[in-house]
Design a protein around this ligand. Structure first.
Ligand code: NAD
Length: 394
């Protein structure tokens, strides 16, 4: 008999809903699963969101305070999908209550918060997960396999980026993401974290960094109740100051000697959700972009020198990891939220087995150790060494 995992969700906005919907889809998409999911309780401080959770998603209960989720006796797993500066308090309380904890990236808005959350979870001995969902794209998994197999030879350099237009419109509302008190750091916590996490998975640890950052849009219209970072204000709305960065970039050196660059911006015109990488080796190269996530360009050197030269486009299909759970055959596409289904299946499988999961809080700490050095470099204007800031005596 499969164990029934009771899920509690804190914060029922984009991510709270995406995780709940995705968890509920696991039973039909993964017939060989080792657990079943029970949507127990959702916590949100907005009444309409709570109603949506029970009425639209089938949660048994909803509560207006996150304590009612963390303390609920039927909850085995707490999903922390609230604004970043709430992560630490909720995730630490959930871990202390002995619940498995899935926290959306960036696990706290600032590096020291991530370190404390990781230490609390290790002390409690609970299974943890983090929402680095792009790891789970079938073609990204294929890229990992190609690199590990040596097909690309020695990796020489890597170009990672996450460009999003969500903050490109100066009339976009001053939602929590633009405020240091609610989000912590700006794009370095929000989206650069995804780009660097993928590089950690594909190429390995980073040992030194030179960083720069900027806030291009310094004032935005104040939000109305329920407004998100995708909503617009009106010209006569009162405005407030943006208090974290729009743009974050870095040059890096990897432990294996490869060189790399990263750029991320939320205030850029053109790329709409370009979470992308190019990786170059002595025998080949790959390039992938979330905007066309079912395609990857692959260049493998032909040692006979006779084959046509250039990148070959590979389409996602059921011959790549996880894809066949959603659609059979070749080039039948999957979408963004399908990555959340894979993410939740993999995490909950680990919870059911009582085994640690990757990416978990250890990988979040690996990112913030990078971010900590990046912040120092932005201050000093010099290259900085990346050292782990994990709390060793937890
Ligand atoms: N992995 C990804 O691709 C991805 C994408 C988007 C967001 N995120 C992360 O997910 C988290 C949530 O982002 P989002 O876009 O879903 O935000 P959102 O603004 O859409 O939703 C946040 C929700 O939290 C609720 N909330 C606020 N304060 C609360 C409190 N005290 N108690 C309970 N609920 C409260 C809000 O009412 C809202 O429903 C963030 O950490 C963000 O970085 C990850």
């Amino acid at each position: 008999m499969r164990p029934r995992l009771g899920l509690g969700v804190v914060g029922f906005g984009w991510m709270g809903q995406a995780h709940s919907r995705s968890a509920a889809r696991i039973s039909s998409l993964f017939p060989d699963r080792t657990f079943d999911v029970d949507l127990v309780v959702c916590g949100d401080n907005v009444a309409g969101r709570r109603e949506q959770a029970t009425d639209g998603f089938g949660f048994r209960e909803s509560v207006d305070s996150w304590h009612g989720v963390v303390d609920h006796s039927d909850v085995d797993v707490v999903y922390v999908t609230a604004p970043n500066m709430l992560h630490e308090e909720v995730a630490c309380a959930a871990a202390s209550a002995g619940k498995a904890v899935f926290c959306e990236k960036p696990v706290g808005g600032k590096p020291d918060q991530t370190v404390r959350v990781d230490a609390a979870a290790r002390r409690a001995g609970v299974v943890t997960g983090v929402g680095y969902n792009y790891r789970w794209a079938p073609l990204v998994q294929h890229a990992k396999q190609l690199i590990e197999s040596g097909a690309l030879g020695e990796i020489t350099n890597y170009r990672g980026r996450f460009f999003s237009m969500y903050g490109a419109d100066p009339m976009g509302l001053l939602s929590w993401r633009f405020l240091v008190d609610e989000a912590g750091h700006g794009v370095s916590s929000d989206i650069l974290s995804h780009a660097v996490d993928l590089a950690h998975m594909l190429v390995g640890p980073i040992t030194s960094v030179s960083g720069t950052q900027e806030t291009f849009i310094k004032e935005r219209p104040l939000p109305r109740a329920g407004g998100t970072h995708y909503d617009r204000g009106r010209p006569d709305d009162p405005t407030g100051a943006v208090t974290n960065e729009d743009y974050a970039a870095a040059m890096v050196v990897f432990d294996n000697g490869a060189r790399g660059t990263f750029e991320s911006s939320r205030a850029i015109i053109g790329p709409e959700s370009q979470m992308a990488f190019d990786v170059y080796g002595t025998k080949g190269a790959l390039r992938w972009n979330l905007e066309t996530m079912n395609e990857m360009d692959v260049f493998l050197v032909d040692e006979t020198g006779t084959a046509p030269r250039g990148y070959t486009k590979v389409y996602a299909g059921d011959r790549y990891p996880f894809h066949g759970h959603f659609v059979p055959g070749d080039a039948n596409s999957i979408g963004y939220e399908d990555l959340k289904v894979i993410e939740n299946h993999e995490f909950l499988t680990a919870v059911a087995a009582g085994e640690q999961h990757e990416p978990g809080f250890a990988q979040a700490v690996e990112y913030v150790s990078f971010q900590h050095a990046w912040l120092r470099s932005c201050e000093s204007g010099s290259w900085e060494t990346v050292t782990s800031i994990r709390q060793e005596d937890a």
